[in-house]
Design a protein around this ligand. Sequence first.
Ligand SMILES: CC(C)(COP(=O)(O)OP(=O)(O)OC[C@H]1O[C@@H](n2cnc3c(N)ncnc32)[C@H](O)[C@@H]1OP(=O)(O)O)[C@@H](O)C(=O)NCCC(=O)NCCS
Length: 170
Amino acid sequence: MPRYHPRSMRIEHATHDDFLEILRDVADFWSSSGPPTRTLPYHYPFLVHEFADTAFVVREGDVVIAYLFGFVATAELVGYIHLVGVRAAYQGTGLGRALYEHFAAVARERGCTHLRAVTAPFNTDSQAFHAAIGFEATGPSQTPAGLPIYPEYHGPGEDVIIFSKPLAEA
Ligand SMILES: CC(C)(COP(=O)(O)OP(=O)(O)OC[C@H]1O[C@@H](n2cnc3c(N)ncnc32)[C@H](O)[C@@H]1OP(=O)(O)O)[C@@H](O)C(=O)NCCC(=O)NCCS
């Protein structure tokens, strides 16, 4: 599989049909990070409707091979990446990095100074990905292994790691 580069691929806005395709094939995008039934409920339709300008897909032919659903949060001006997924056969080819770079450029243009994303402590692939692209793990508490976490961020018993990255001036 060739490596993808932001300038050699088309990153487009997600449509409702893309959203339906992603939900149908959610297992293909998320099988490496726990049961897809865990992730499915986080795919809110408002992400591609109300936040349509920060919902992106990469297609090969008619097929969505990667997506990023984010938004610009306004309590603090932060570019928040809510979901990113790459089809299993395309993981490790640069698509995740390219989608983050694309989103970062949009967030910077809107005045954001940081990017933020959250990940489950068991999702070690996501942790490795975020570390590789320059994010720092943060959280007010630590696991016994020293992993920073935000306890119960996602509800009772659902800790997360908060990943943060400053946005350099363009
Ligand atoms: C995590 C995910 C989005 C990463 O996207 P990707 O396209 O596979 O990653 P990329 O190819 O862009 O990799 C970017 C960097 O991260 C590193 N990386 C990615 N996945 C990694 C892994 N599992 N282990 C170690 N490093 C990893 C790559 O080596 C690369 O580093 P480099 O550019 O210095 O070589 C993708 O694997 C995925 O969809 N996983 C399942 C869903 C998921 O867990 N989403 C994130 C939840 S928050």
